[in-house]
Design a protein around this ligand. Structure first.
Ligand SMILES: [Zn+2]
Ligand SMILES: [Zn+2]
Length: 488
């Protein structure tokens, strides 16, 4: 009992040094974390990590004090737990398009993308380029992160000028010095995968770094319009378009924050949009993705979600209704923002909105209330009166203007429209359980399958519907709808 344990703790940046004397050998390091919280409050410093200086490894809060006796632990802010928190914030905005995995203590984060990107397959005639909806990469955080950027190792087969399996990749044009945020970086990586930050004015530009797949570069150059169109809807389409005036909706309840002034547009924020603003706003500028419309004399704006990257110099997506200013907020209203009607910033944790047409902050705005479970919405749409919010992905049948845009299309209807044409052709089928080319998931029930009437490409019915076209880019029904463009 005579000997007291001693654990040495170095402050972030190393300017200060503490010792921690735990009451017993078995006291978990979590107690040290609690003491450090007083010194480095979460609101100001974000999540903190403790790193064993001799091994460079993260120290788990559940470890007993004796396991780290006489060791030097470095306090790290803006480190791995913080990067994981950013991945989580991004996931909440991107929904099913992005997910991540992180093992406690590991300095890597696995990134999972369930959004359209291109790949090559050998079994098809023609170019063999298909749209695939499942991709993976690994974010590897170096010991001196975030002073140094993460490494990104691409892990799934892909057909892209700047991405390749088993190679270190980087989103073209992403400036880590300007936005040292893993949230922004992963968002840019998603843009890269989709083709959204492909620049198509004049010649196809491959930014500062050279393409790592020249064959893909040639293909993207030829098909740049189709790629850009696919990227635009897959990255920036508003997922939950609002039909009619939001306050007329019977599907969503709105709460007023503050007071409406009666002049200018009324602003409506989704739950995820307002919840994500403090985290996003502390990292960099973000696009406010949504829609704008009017009823009678009054205009309204709806913000569905946040998308990082507004400080990377790219033009605003078509669905952007505003910008969330980053931490350097005040002076950074650049030209690309001026045409957007709404400007948001976070002051002391509170969201402050301003219309570009006005010189004062808004006195009030509407926020989606916690009334309906999201999975109830789709099914109850048909019984509602007025103008419901319909939630669905884009599909070419809808954009062809087939009318009835407010009626949700049932899956049975989609199946009927496809099957009569399929009936007069035979397509080979494997006896083994097949894997959907788009989502990569095995399908065991044949009724879940849909075949493209033109090329016979077989994917889940649900995936065909979600994608809104055929994943085979050589098919007349390809989701890359526009014709190949000549380079001239
Ligand atoms: Zn599928
Ligand atoms: Zn097809």
């Amino acid at each position: 009992m005579a000997e007291l344990l001693q654990i040495f703790v170095r402050s972030p940046g190393g300017a200060r040094f503490f010792t921690w004397e735990p009451p017993t050998n078995e006291t978990p390091v979590a107690h040290l974390f609690e003491s450090l919280r007083l010194e480095y409050p979460e609101a100001k410093h974000g999540p903190i990590d403790l790193v064993d200086e001799s091994s460079g490894k993260m120290v788990s809060p559940t470890l007993p004090a004796r396991a780290v006796d006489n060791r030097v632990l470095a306090v790290r802010t803006r480190y791995i737990t913080d990067a994981v928190a950013q991945a989580d914030a991004l996931q909440k905005q991107e929904g099913s398009a992005f997910d991540y995995n992180h093992e406690p203590g590991a300095s890597t984060i696995e990134l999972v993308f369930r959004s359209p990107g291109l790949d090559r397959v050998d079994s098809l005639d023609g170019s063999g380029v298909v749209v695939k909806g499942h991709h993976r990469a690994m974010l590897i955080l170096p010991g001196d992160f975030p002073a140094k950027p993460p490494h990104i190792l691409w892990q799934s087969s892909v057909f892209h000028p700047n991405l390749s399996v088993d190679l270190a990749v980087w989103p073209p044009g992403y400036d880590w010095a300007r936005t040292p945020s893993s949230l922004g970086l992963v968002g840019a990586l998603m843009d890269t995968l989709s083709g959204a930050n492909v620049r198509i004015s004049g010649r196809f530009v491959f930014w500062r770094r050279r393409e790592i797949n020249r064959r893909a570069a040639g293909w993207y150059r030829t098909n740049r319009r189709g790629v850009a169109a696919l990227a635009a809807w897959s990255r920036y389409a508003a997922e939950a378009p609002i039909a009619g005036y939001p306050l007329d909706s019977t599907e969503v309840d709105w709460e007023l924050r503050g007071e409406l002034s009666g002049t200018g547009s009324t602003v409506f924020l989704s739950r995820r949009a307002i919840a994500g603003m403090p985290e996003f706003g502390s990292r960099g500028a973000a696009w406010l993705i949504g829609q704008k419309s009017s009823r009678g004399q009054s205009d309204w704006l709806y913000v569905d979600r946040l998308a990082p990257g507004a400080d990377q110099g790219s033009p605003a997506p078509a669905s952007a209704v505003g910008v969330l200013l980053g931490p350097t907020g005040n002076g950074s209203v650049t030209e690309q923002y001026v045409s957007l009607p709404l400007r948001a910033r976070v002051l002391d944790g509170n969201v402050v909105l301003r219309l570009n047409s006005g010189s004062d902050d808004l006195t009030g705005f509407m926020v989606e209330a916690e009334e309906f479970a999201s999975d109830e919405r789709v099914s109850s749409t048909t019984q509602s009166i007025g103008h419901p919010i319909t939630i669905r992905g884009p599909s070419p049948q809808q954009s062809d203007g087939s009318g009835g845009a407010d009626e949700p299309e049932s899956e049975a209807e989609v199946a009927e429209s496809v099957e009569p044409e399929v009936a007069d052709r035979l397509f080979p089928r494997d006896l083994e359980a097949p894997v959907c080319m788009y989502c990569g998931i095995v399908c065991v029930r044949s009724e879940d399958w849909g075949a493209c009437p033109d090329c016979g490409f077989v994917v889940h019915e649900e995936c065909l519907h979600q994608l809104g076209g055929c994943p085979n880019t050589d098919c007349p029904r390809s989701v890359l709808k526009s014709q190949p463009v000549d380079e001239s």
